[in-house]
Design a binder for this molecule. Structure first.
Ligand code: PBG
Length: 341
């Protein structure tokens, strides 16, 4: 049969050397600015605690955070996301410790700012880490969510973080209309450099948060979070939640978890191209790769790079990942290799 050059024949001209491969992969590279590192700050000042379900991740006391960050910042770390963990401080119905000066996340912000003035600090804002019932809301006596009280608490906590020096407030509670309330609260502070608002817009009710609840001690004492986190099949609610958050003043939007929700990232990025898109590679996604690699089932560096690339390809601008220190180490090695040739 006569030779028929078809479209598939021409595909190969696109990827047979490194430069051609890069041209075919635009906006999927991973640089230091594309990574944000979550950090657990525990209320025992000198603690460094292992987390059995997240090998390689630790909870740090206020006095240990700077020391941990030193080499990571030296490798190019640009941004962090702080999670307080209460083990000794009292938890109550309304999460009183959250906006008090006892909150370890509030205590650590000035230390980090002093030592690393160019590091961008985001703070997770929620109630579940501070409440006795472990839920992200305040309840009425009949068990229903009291939105007014919940939004007032979330706003007060956000203002406390902002006043302590946080650059970004990241509410992860998923209560309706919290973005509007928190934005108004932040604006009322009249700070010279306004605090940005990163909304966990599309936060799905997920089994992949399992290890986090051990790490942060924030498992609900009854029921689950399915009435305020999105059902995993619902693309429509994710789209509506992101549109609502944008209209209420979110500066950045987020999809969480990542790997099981790539279509949501892609959809939201195409609907809101002018907003930086964050994706959270959550604790269960970390654990899945860590334990598979530990068992020799896959190569961590390759599997992780492929996963992070998929987030970028789907449309994520910033990836929140517990693997950030390792990735920064690899980026540093690659840069050093390049400078040799
Ligand atoms: C708190 C919060 C959770 C995570 C971030 N903020 C847990 C949850 O909603 O149950 C999960 C992060 C992770 O799994 O890495 N609302």
């Amino acid at each position: 049969m006569a030779y028929q050059p078809g479209p598939s024949h021409h595909l190969q001209t696109g990827y047979f050397n490194k430069t051609l491969q890069q041209w075919q992969s635009s906006n999927t590279s991973i640089g230091t600015e594309n990574l944000m590192l979550p950090i657990f700050v525990v209320d025992s000042p000198n603690a460094v605690e292992t987390i059995s379900t997240m090998p390689g991740v630790y909870r740090y006391g206020v006095n240990k955070v700077v020391e941990f960050l030193e080499p990571v910042v030296a490798n190019g770390l640009k941004s962090i996301l702080l999670f307080p963990v209460l083990k000794n401080l009292p938890k109550d119905e309304v999460g009183s410790v959250a906006d008090s000066s006892d909150n370890p996340a509030i205590q650590v912000i000035p230390l980090i700012r002093k030592q690393f003035p160019s590091l961008t600090i985001a703070c997770d804002v929620c109630l579940c880490g501070y409440t006795s019932h472990g839920h992200c809301a305040i309840f009425n006596s009949d068990g229903s969510i009291n939105y007014e009280k919940t939004l007032a608490r979330l706003t007060a906590i956000s203002k406390a973080f902002s006043e302590a020096g946080a650059h970004i407030i990241a509410p992860s509670d998923m209560m309706d209309n919290r973005i509007h309330a928190i934005k108004q609260g932040l604006l009322s502070l009249k700070k010279e450099a306004p605090t940005s608002l990163l909304s966990y817009s599309a936060k799905f009710c997920s089994a992949f948060y399992g290890p986090f609840r051990e790490a942060a001690g924030s498992a609900p004492s009854f029921g689950d979070r399915s009435c305020y986190q999105l059902p995993c099949g619902s693309k429509g609610l994710a789209i509506r939640a992101a549109a609502r958050d944008v209209s209420q003043g979110a500066d950045f939007i987020m999809v969480k978890p990542g790997l099981a929700y790539l279509d949501i990232i892609s959809e939201l990025k195409s609907r809101h191209p002018e907003y930086p898109m964050f994706v959270y590679q959550v604790s269960g996604e970390y654990a899945m790769l860590a334990f598979a690699a530990q068992a020799g089932a896959l190569d961590l560096r390759r599997a992780l790079t492929e996963t992070l690339t998929s987030f970028r390809r789907a449309g994520a601008d910033v990836i929140i990942s517990y693997y950030t220190p390792q990735v920064l180490g690899w980026l540093r090695e690659e840069a050093e290799e390049k400078s040799k040739v």
